[in-house]
Design a protein around this ligand. Structure first.
Ligand SMILES: *Cc1c(COP(=O)(O)O)cnc(C)c1O
Length: 389
């Protein structure tokens, strides 16, 4: 549509064709089904001889607009939009995997994705192994004849580690595997995994894409022939995104670049402040020079993202005391919101893991994860500073 334009312009100017009302802003198509001109139109539509909307479980103008924007941002051929990020993860993998297949995944992945691999996929005889993100050479040793997909996230949650996407892309290509990247932490503005060899990119639209903590959504974009399979599976199983949420998200994407720029600017300032604080053991942020993968982060990301992790001196007790002293920041599990959020992974999202499992995902007792929002940075720092004191 507007491929020759820049990211920000496409995000704003990609929109559905105007109706005869000549609306400036795209209307909401709150309709479950669509009508046919006549019997022949109906027959041809059901036979999929024409591309048109039939039923909103399959497609809807608002979801199509949202998908088109994400495809442009990620440099993808096609996509499908889902009711949540987890619906995207599940449907994408379920559409591509057969009984007997094996998934090779990074260990540091979103908690529910980990549960999918460990608690549910075994029901369908789908196996997995985890590779350590610091051991890219070890990955090839874990590939078996049954391996079909390599799955990873970068930056990781909550450890804010960085995976070398280009290296992963090369391994996937060499072994003819499908590389699936959950790009939710970076957003398509900061990082486009397809450039580095990913075949499919998944987002939870709930995070930076919406950016204001309003709607749940997910989207998968990538190679046409893979998306076709995802579409076939999803039009039958019904995880479709609602037109209302698609409309909200398509609007949100108009401001993604400016919002994420500010998120990153604030996050870097907070990370730099924490790095010099005597109450803090360590700070992790991809665009801090002290980050072990700083060079790779610089290579594959435009900026460091909205999440900063750090460890309060004094372990669990000090961590909990820190949280009880927070005044403005929200104690919540979400991220990528205009409101800054602090979480304590060891006592919440990662409390069910063993100490070793926690260590493997980068979680320590005194670790704090901050999703840095869009409030004035002075106020964010002031709240964290007084809580540390
Ligand atoms: C939140 C999140 C998901 C799941 O998204 P929902 O919209 O909550 O279902 C998947 N992956 C990552 C990295 C996430 O942060």
């Amino acid at each position: 549509m507007h491929m020759e334009n820049k990211f920000e312009t496409n995000a704003i100017r990609t929109q559905l064709e105007r109706t005869k009302n000549l609306e400036h802003s795209v209307p909401m198509y709150m309709t479950s089904s669509f009508v046919f001109e006549d019997a022949e139109d109906m027959r041809a539509s059901f036979a999929e001889e024409k591309e048109r909307n039939v039923y909103s479980r399959y497609s809807n103008p608002n979801t199509s607009e949202f998908i088109e924007k994400v495809c442009q941002m990620e440099g993808a051929e096609n996509g499908f939009a889902f009711a949540s990020g987890m619906a995207a993860v599940f449907s994408t993998l379920a559409a591509l995997l057969d009984s007997g297949d094996h998934v090779l995944s990074a260990r540091s992945i979103f908690g529910s994705t980990h549960s999918l691999f460990t608690n549910f996929f075994p029901k369908w005889n789908i196996d997995h192994s985890y590779f350590k993100i610091d051991d890219l050479d070890g990955i090839e040793a874990l590939i078996t004849p049954k391996t079909k997909i390599i799955y990873a996230e970068s930056p990781t949650n909550p450890g804010v580690d960085i995976l070398d996407l280009e290296a992963l892309g090369k391994i996937a290509k060499k072994h003819n595997l499908i590389l699936v990247i959950d790009n939710c932490f970076a957003s398509p503005y900061l990082q486009q995994p397809i450039k580095f060899g990913a075949d499919l990119v998944i987002h939870s639209g709930t995070k930076l894409m919406d950016g204001q903590g309003r709607v749940l959504a997910g989207v998968t974009v990538g190679k046409k022939e893979l998306i076709d399979k995802v579409y076939r599976f999803s039009r039958i199983t019904g995880p479709a995104l609602s037109p209302f949420n698609a409309w909200v998200l398509s609007k949100s994407l108009e401001t993604l670049a400016v919002r994420v720029d500010r998120h990153c600017e604030n996050a870097l300032k907070l990370a730099e402040f924490l790095e010099g604080n005597e109450k803090v053991n360590w700070v992790k942020y991809p665009f801090l020079k002290s980050h072990p993968k700083y060079e790779i982060a610089k290579k594959q990301m435009k900026a460091g993202g909205c999440v900063v992790a750090f460890e309060v001196k004094g372990g669990l007790e000090a961590g909990q005391k820190f949280f009880d002293s927070i005044k403005m920041l929200s104690l919540s599990a979400n991220l990528g919101d205009a409101r800054s959020i602090v979480t304590h992974p060891a006592s919440t999202t990662h409390s069910k893991l063993s100490v070793e499992e926690r260590a493997e995902t980068g979680v320590t007792d005194g670790m704090v994860r901050v999703s840095v929002g869009l409030e004035h940075i002075d106020d964010i720092i002031a709240d964290i500073s007084q809580a540390l004191a």
